[in-house]
Design a protein around this ligand. Structure first.
Ligand SMILES: Nc1nc2c(ncn2[C@@H]2O[C@H](COP(=O)(O)OP(=O)(O)O)[C@@H](O)[C@H]2O)c(=O)[nH]1
Ligand SMILES: Nc1ncnc2c1ncn2[C@@H]1O[C@H](COP(=O)(O)OP(=O)(O)O)[C@@H](O)[C@H]1O
Length: 365
């Protein structure tokens, strides 16, 4: 059954140590650039090509946050990196994340508009649903800011090297300092099964739009320029010179916020409570919303001993799993809604159990 046979990854692994040669037959395997975090490869693996662009790798017996990986060979990211590196021999690893933690949320807007305040309200009300992407910055920390919580405060030379090494999803020069979102900071949130919130400037939002991260983009506006100045002054975190720079830059940011196709939603933060309610509404979080994490997979991942693929459905047979009910030993992994990918995580995988019929499969849950 199935249109493509599953390869026993163990054999590939023995052939050159990392399985990459599945896509590199006839090439010098030593010249292959492997991007992303490689999974640790045990002996019990399945590898299944999904079209021309990537291979699904199933690690049997691994924990649920380490059992599904993708080796990307011809995705937009890999194609882009091939250009950057001037080589055709580039592949990238991306870890698979079960379920739907929801699209990451990018929040932009001028300094002092209330982005941090709104994000803090959201995280306080829905602590298990949202996770904050902690950016890196070269600016000095403010009195109440904690390193690793509000920002990773970093030396410019260190950050510049990390940017060169491809560790950043995006970066920008803002108000005279360097700010950036590391791939890792987004991955940490994805791994916890939470929805990632990014507080980044408009240039950063443009870069993320152009990246593989499939996000919702929200721009926050002040009711007026005068209100913005009042808020910045009342926050009292900047010197007069820094404040003037932020106010000057705000004019450009407010213009760029109107760039066609960049932001999906624009919210005016006049009355804070009203703006917060609008934010929750557009994220589908009305009063009755379940405040717990809704992205928990329906079932744990099975030990697989037979794999076959039909279209976007991968049938996993698992006779080693003794659930006390043989009919529950067949599963379907649905890969029809894959999102994201390298750099970062591949989301949108769905797993459900099926029962065997004489001539096929039927759904249980
Ligand atoms: N591109 C980008 N911008 C960021 C990042 N982190 C923060 N920013 C933006 O940098 C600007 C300055 O942030 P900050 O120094 O905390 O000052 P504030 O906006 O006045 O609170 C804001 O517009 C943030 O949205 C990042 O990782 N990337
Ligand atoms: N709707 C609002 N009305 C009045 N003050 C506000 C409102 N939203 C935020 N503030 C205040 O404005 C200041 C700047 O908000 P902050 O969240 O730090 O902005 P940002 O993160 O966009 O730079 C803070 O002192 C905050 O308490």
């Amino acid at each position: 059954m199935g249109e493509a046979p599953a390869f026993l990854f163990d054999d590939l692994q023995k052939s050159n140590g990392n399985g990459v040669d599945l896509f590199c037959r006839g090439r010098e395997t030593t010249t292959i650039v492997v991007l992303g975090t490689k999974p640790s490869l045990s002996s019990d693996l399945w590898a299944l090509p999904l079209g021309e662009d990537r291979v699904l790798v199933i690690k049997n017996g691994a924990s649920t946050d380490d059992n599904l990986w993708f080796l990307e060979v011809d995705t937009p990211y890999v194609r882009q990196q091939k250009k950057v590196l001037g080589s055709d021999n580039v592949v990238a690893w991306s870890k698979g994340v079960m379920g739907y933690a929801g699209k990451p949320i990018v929040i932009s807007g001028p300094s002092g508009v209330g982005k941090g305040t709104l994000i803090a309200m959201l995280m306080k009300e829905f602590p298990s649903m949202f996770g904050f992407s902690v950016s890196h910055t070269t600016r000095a920390s403010r009195e109440k800011e904690v390193n690793g919580v509000h920002y990773h405060f970093t030396e410019r030379s260190v950050m510049e090297k990390d940017i060169k090494d491809g560790k950043f999803l995006e970066f920008a020069q803002v108000h005279g300092n360097l700010y950036g979102t590391s791939v890792e900071s987004v991955e940490v949130v994805a791994d916890s099964g939470k929805r990632c919130i990014l507080d980044i400037d408009v240039q950063g939002a443009k870069s993320v739009r152009a990246s593989s991260l499939d996000a919702i983009f929200i721009f926050i506006c002040p009711p007026s320029y005068e209100d913005l100045e009042k808020r910045l002054r009342s926050r009292g975190t900047e010197t007069e010179e820094q404040l003037q720079k932020r106010l000057r830059n705000a004019k450009g940011e407010l213009e760029q916020g109107k760039s066609p196709g960049l932001f999906d939603h624009v919210l005016v933060n006049d009355d804070l409570e009203a703006c917060y309610q609008s934010l929750k509404n557009l994220l589908g979080l009305d009063k009755s919303a379940d405040k717990t994490n809704q992205s928990v997979p329906k079932i744990g991942f099975p030990m697989v001993n037979l794999v076959s693929k039909v279209g976007n459905k991968i049938y996993l047979n698992s006779t080693m799993l003794n659930l006390g009910n043989a009919s529950k030993n067949s599963f379907v992994l649905d890969v029809s809604s894959l999102k994201g990918g390298a750099p970062g995580r591949t989301r949108g995988l769905d797993l459900y159990s099926v029962f065997s019929l004489a001539n096929g499969f039927g759904m249980l849950s």
